[in-house]
Ligand binder design. Structure first.
Ligand SMILES: C[S@@+](CC[C@H](N)C(=O)[O-])C[C@H]1O[C@@H](n2cnc3c(N)ncnc32)[C@H](O)[C@@H]1O
Length: 281
């Protein structure tokens, strides 16, 4: 059988996954408020069974587990290192209503009609075939089950991405990844998201515009935050992977200058724009 999502598996179970494990605290400070907007849409009453898609190091899985003492939440992801971190944290927090499973949400079979809720914080934009993935997610939900996730809008509204790509392009002549290709911005186009959900048999599709400031790499100096930035983003690491060390240093210097307008005492503070997407089976 043809192997799918190979590049993503390499990134998230390799260097990218390790970086996310190391930087998880800072990433959670940045992403928690945005994930909360999608959690706020959920009906978490009475013993719900929940699927956390692309749960990574499990911040949202554990947060929701605390809110559903009689329910159960299963975090699924393709990244071994990130899931190991999640399991460790669940043990430390004595949360027994969670489980973490290595699963490719696009291609692996998920139990049918098994979940009341499918949730994700930025874990649904990395599929080679999003239509196949969301059909799989739809199958996993019970009839009437809820879907809620948060994803990024276009890079121009998220200057942490657009400014850095501007900088990198001054040094490397690389075509931008084709629209809709797996990556943080695959779901920037609202009508594309609507079409995926519609063709995967979701109903009551609702996509809210959410704009708020985010704090990136909290507590880090401008140089540290810029260095971290270059390792955490799969699009950027892919662009830089064949660059010599000297070129990477030049890019870092230019990025520091570009990001300096956004650096405050508590980290890089950027405006952000996300879609908060909900639907029902
Ligand atoms: C941007 S990270 C978000 C992680 C986590 N939800 C968070 O908010 O901290 C994207 C996650 O999606 C996971 N992912 C990518 N492709 C996947 C797939 N096909 N099936 C399951 N998880 C996937 C990655 O391994 C990664 O953990």
């Amino acid at each position: 059988m043809e192997d799918k999502n190979v590049k993503q598996k390499e990134f998230w179970s390799g260097a990218g996954g390790d970086v996310w494990v190391n930087k998880q605290k800072e990433m959670d400070i940045m992403l928690n408020p945005l994930g909360q907007r999608a959690i706020d849409k959920l009906d978490l009453s009475n013993g719900k069974r929940i699927l956390d898609i692309g749960c990574g190091c499990g911040a949202t899985t554990l947060e929701i587990a605390k809110m559903i003492p009689e329910g159960k939440i299963i975090g699924v992801d393709i990244s071994e290192p990130m899931l190991n971190q999640a399991r460790k944290d669940a043990l430390e927090m004595s949360l027994s209503n969670t489980e973490f499973v290595v699963q490719d949400v696009q291609t692996d079979e998920i139990s049918k009609d098994a979940f009341d809720i499918a949730f994700s914080r930025f874990g649904v934009m990395f599929f080679e075939d999003s239509y196949e993935a969301f059909k799989n997610i739809n199958n996993a939900l019970k009839v009437g089950g809820q879907l809620s996730f948060v994803c990024w809008q276009e890079p121009l509204l998220n200057p942490w991405q657009s400014l850095s790509i501007q900088v990198i392009k001054q040094f490397i002549d690389l075509p931008a990844p084709p629209p809709k290709s797996p990556g943080p911005f695959a779901f920037e186009d609202k009508s594309y998201v609507e079409d995926i959900l519609d063709r995967s048999n979701f109903k009551e599709i609702n996509i809210d515009d959410n704009q708020e400031e985010i704090i990136m790499f909290s507590g880090k100096s401008l140089k540290e935050a810029s260095e971290d930035y270059l390792t955490i983003n799969p699009v950027v690491t892919e662009m830089l992977k064949n660059s010599p060390k000297e070129l990477k240093e030049e890019i870092l210097e230019a990025l520091i200058i570009k990001f300096s307008d956004f650096h405050e005492d508590h980290g890089l503070v950027f405006p952000s724009a996300t879609w908060i997407v909900t639907a029902k089976k």
